[in-house]
Design a protein around this ligand. Structure first.
Ligand SMILES: C[S@@+](CC[C@H](N)C(=O)[O-])C[C@H]1O[C@@H](n2cnc3c(N)ncnc32)[C@H](O)[C@@H]1O
Ligand code: SF4
Length: 377
């Protein structure tokens, strides 16, 4: 038994494709939801002994998991192994009282809602299907159904977004009292319609984005949220609504801590004991292979120890907790570490030889990846 404790399941269907999105998605295809779930369950059965008996987290991501045919989504939820945290990504316009009940009855205890923005003109730039009121309604519907762990996704750096638009988005998100928020800078993904239309504009505004990032961090930490990962924030356990809970996303935390995980479905990635495989994105080939008793078409990669250590450093430094240097020492350029520490971007505890921990300072965290790259040996 290998005992992997984190399971990702990809549900690719969406009502339409938003211009900025390059996730593995397929539009519509109502008629194929059942065969896709059949294939997912076959892949789960094939990989079942990779998983621990009781897994820690399951994450249903997309695409739009909540766009999946109701009966198929319910069937999938029933078949999944029990988990301590079961998260589903939901698009606001799909959240009805019936859907919320289906999720909660299926064991879902965390919902990640793609709000993105509360400004109608920015939602339309993003080609989103939900209005600001749809987002609010979705949160209330989930609350009424008993969901006590809601995360909101926000995007900033949208063409046409002013600093006051961003403040208003932060305020509107906070008014919904989510347990958790993920705030991403809009990325121009190569080959998307969005990049074609707005790529040049995003490049022009790149410098302003550092200020926007700080505005997000200040707004959310000022409201009592913990900035526990570069783009992620949660209520502190002492907050009244947290009720003593650690509200960090446990599934993602497993990933940032470089734990092994199993991914099912098209486009899904797995990392297990030094092997990484990615299922190819073709829906037809995935369903056909599993229907014929074969493994889905995959790309396989061996992750050598050096690569793994560098990943552990890069991912671990995204978190607000110091990283034990013992586990990443080979990946750290000691001179660079001392220089960055002297410059106030990195904090080291203990002496570097027997060294204890490494972390980014607040200023280092704003520069993020740039500092980490310098630290790499
Ligand atoms: C798997 S995606 C989509 C989930 C869900 N279907 C939705 O649209 O809300 C998860 C999150 O990634 C973020 N995201 C997607 N594309 C992005 C991009 N080009 N740049 C920045 N963030 C992006 C969005 O905040 C989105 O909610
Ligand atoms: S952003 Fe979400 S809803 Fe839009 S196409 Fe991507 S996965 Fe689908």
């Amino acid at each position: 038994v290998i005992g992997v404790r984190h399971l990702y399941v990809h549900l690719p269907f969406c009502a339409h494709r938003c211009g900025y999105c390059d996730f593995v998605t397929v539009v519509g295809r109502r008629g194929q939801h059942a065969t896709y779930v059949d294939a997912l369950l076959v892949e789960l059965a094939r990989e079942r002994d990779v998983l621990a008996e009781r897994v820690e987290t399951v994450f249903l991501g997309g695409g739009t998991p909540t766009f999946t045919e109701r009966a198929e989504l319910a069937r999938l939820l029933t078949a999944l192994p029990p988990a301590e945290e079961l998260t589903v990504e939901a698009n606001p316009e799909t959240v009805t009282p019936e859907l919320a009940e289906l999720l909660l009855e299926g064991g879902v205890n965390r919902v990640s809602l793609g709000a993105q923005s509360f400004r109608p003109h920015l939602l339309s730039v993003l080609e989103r299907g939900a209005s600001p009121d749809d987002v609010r309604r979705a949160v209330h519907t989930l609350r009424d159904a008993g969901c006590d762990n809601i995360s909101l996704d926000l995007i900033y750096g949208i063409p046409g977004q002013s600093a006051s638009d961003l403040d208003a988005d932060i305020a509107d998100a906070l008014a919904l009292e989510p347990e958790h928020l993920s705030c991403y800078e809009l990325e121009a993904k190569p080959g998307t319609r969005f990049t074609h239309a707005h790529g040049a504009e995003l490049e022009r505004q790149a410098e302003a984005m550092e200020g926007y990032f700080e505005q997000v961090v200040d707004g959310l930490t000022g409201a009592g949220y913990r900035w526990y990962e570069t783009a992620n924030f949660c209520l502190e356990p002492e907050a009244v609504r947290a009720n003593g809970r650690d509200l960090r996303a446990r599934h993602n935390l497993g990933y940032w801590l470089s734990r092994d995980y199993l991914g099912l479905g098209i486009g899904a990635v797995s990392t297990v004991e030094g092997l990484r495989w990615r299922n190819l994105p073709s829906l037809g080939r995935y369903v056909a292979a599993l229907g014929n008793g074969a493994p889905p078409p995959r790309e396989l990669e061996v992750i050598d120890t050096g690569t793994r250590t560098r990943e552990r450093l890069m991912l671990g430094l995204r978190l607000d907790e110091p990283l034990a240097l013992g586990s990443v020492a080979d990946a750290v350029d000691r001179d660079a570490a001392e220089r960055l520490a002297a410059g106030g971007l990195v904090e080291l505890t203990g002496d570097l030889e027997g060294a204890a921990t490494v972390a980014l300072t607040r200023r280092g965290r704003f520069l993020g990846g740039g500092v980490t790259v310098e630290l790499l040996a």
